[in-house]
Design a protein around this ligand. Structure first.
Ligand SMILES: NC(=O)c1ccc[n+]([C@@H]2O[C@H](COP(=O)([O-])OP(=O)(O)OC[C@H]3O[C@@H](n4cnc5c(N)ncnc54)[C@H](OP(=O)(O)O)[C@@H]3O)[C@@H](O)[C@H]2O)c1
Length: 386
């Protein structure tokens, strides 16, 4: 079987590439990599394998330098004779930015880039499966505090918190316009955070938000909101298992489901013992975000209820040399708090029925082993480009 994968230099894609490279069913893996040449693309792929000391088989892993943004991207793939025998595409590349300043690029990569990839895949004679890595959060912000099934999305009428999820939803809707349903597999991971193995995750995406909450200690969020979080190794294992399983469905959540869901309270409990010198976590109402921003501007009204949290305010005075840092942090964190507040949990029974991977370890369990990474994260850099 010959695989073509996009996004393999990324958080999830890196794990997918390594896991796929270990499968005996796979002969070759063509990896689309942003680079000036195939040689430079190979250097980037080597880093993916070196990250956890995995073996890179140069006869199996073939770099394809390219960019979804390039206008001739589809044509360049069509011209490449080495790709004629691709049987399986795994499209993991995307722009996952939440900030509205990236909306244009998100559209260009997640929609126009996908369209180019589909145009190429459409004319592949031996294509068996186009795997679209979507996201469970395409369900939008109208569904709150309940378990969500795959069939409920995509729904073009739902409201989205960010352009990213809207483009991921539209991406799903585009697939059947190019390919017959039997050639499509949609996998929808929930929130991917960290790695359940005791080593550095490939990316601190999402984990930075927990690091920011860990620094702040006064958290404007519902402590009991249900949170569907999975580690990246489970996400990859689930997707790869589905690729080779006898599938009964077109769409699968790759998620914690209700049994392994966590909450802000449980997640913070799991990490707090690593940081004994910080104030205790205190959860407050969302309305306090505005007050926190006013405090950072030194414009807090004397009667504000934020004044009741004297220990935390003194602590912030100590840790933030410049209160602008706090504003940056809150600004970056806000879209994450919005997602957390939705209390969405994604039903994973289809994944569990069609594979033998079993449920994931809850985030409040595996994060106990990862708490020491939290202080290594540059949360301000992450907050500036959420
Ligand atoms: N992380 C999550 O919590 C989460 C949850 C649900 C679903 N997902 C989905 O999982 C997939 C992977 O996400 P991730 O977190 O692994 O993202 P990521 O770490 O940001 O990786 C994105 C990948 O896409 C590549 N890419 C971006 N723009 C490209 C372009 N113009 N041309 C070619 N490649 C391009 C990047 O290449 P460079 O290395 O060159 O930048 C990188 O390899 C995405 O489809 C995302 O929607 C993620």
């Amino acid at each position: 079987m010959n695989v073509f994968i996009t996004g393999s230099t990324g958080f999830l894609g890196g794990e997918l590439l390594v896991d796929l490279s270990k499968r005996k069913e796979v002969d070759k893996i063509f990896c689309l990599v942003r680079a000036e040449s195939n040689e430079k693309a190979m250097v980037r792929l080597k880093k993916v394998f070196d990250f956890h000391g995995d073996f890179l088989d140069v006869n199996k892993i073939i770099p394809i330098a390219g960019d979804l943004l390039k206008s001739d991207f589809a044509e360049s793939l069509i011209k490449d004779k080495s790709l004629e025998n691709v049987n399986l595409i795994v499209h993991s590349a995307a722009d996952t930015s939440f900030s509205p300043i990236y909306d244009d690029i998100v559209e260009q990569i997640n929609i126009q880039g996908l369209e180019k990839l589909l145009k190429w895949s459409q004319q592949l004679k031996h294509l068996e499966t186009f795997t679209y890595v979507g996201t469970a959060t395409i369900c939008g912000m109208d569904i709150k505090n309940r378990i969500i099934k795959e069939e409920e999305s995509p729904d073009e009428n739902v409201q989205h918190l960010v352009k990213y999820t809207q483009t991921k939803m539209r991406g799903e809707l585009m697939l059947p316009k190019y390919l017959p349903k039997e050639k499509i597999l949609i996998v929808r991971p929930s929130i991917i955070m960290g790695d359940s193995r005791p080593w550095t995750p490939r990316s601190y995406v999402i984990m930075w938000a927990l690091a920011a909450i860990n620094l702040l200690r006064l958290v404007p969020i519902n402590p009991d909101a249900q949170l569907d979080i999975i580690p990246v190794d489970y996400a990859s294992k689930g997707i790869v298992a589905l690729l080779f399983a006898k599938r009964n469905h077109l769409v699968y959540h790759i998620s914690s489901g209700a049994a392994s869901a966590t909450t802000p309270f449980k997640a913070t409990k799991a990490i707090e013992h690593y940081f004994p010198h910080r104030p205790e976590f205190n959860f407050v109402g969302r309305e306090l975000i505005r007050e926190v921003k006013l405090w950072a501007r030194k414009k807090l009204n004397g009667h504000s209820i934020l004044k009741n949290y004297r220990e935390h305010l003194n602590y912030w005075d100590d840790i933030f040399d410049d209160a602008t840092d706090l504003r940056i942090l809150m600004g970056g964190l806000e879209p994450y708090l919005d997602f957390i507040e939705l209390g969405q949990v994604f039903d994973n029974s289809k994944l569990l029925q069609d594979t033998n991977i079993g449920p994931p370890e809850p985030a409040h369990e595996y994060m106990k082993r990862s708490a020491h990474f939290l202080d290594k994260i540059d949360i301000f850099e992450a907050a500036l480009a959420p």
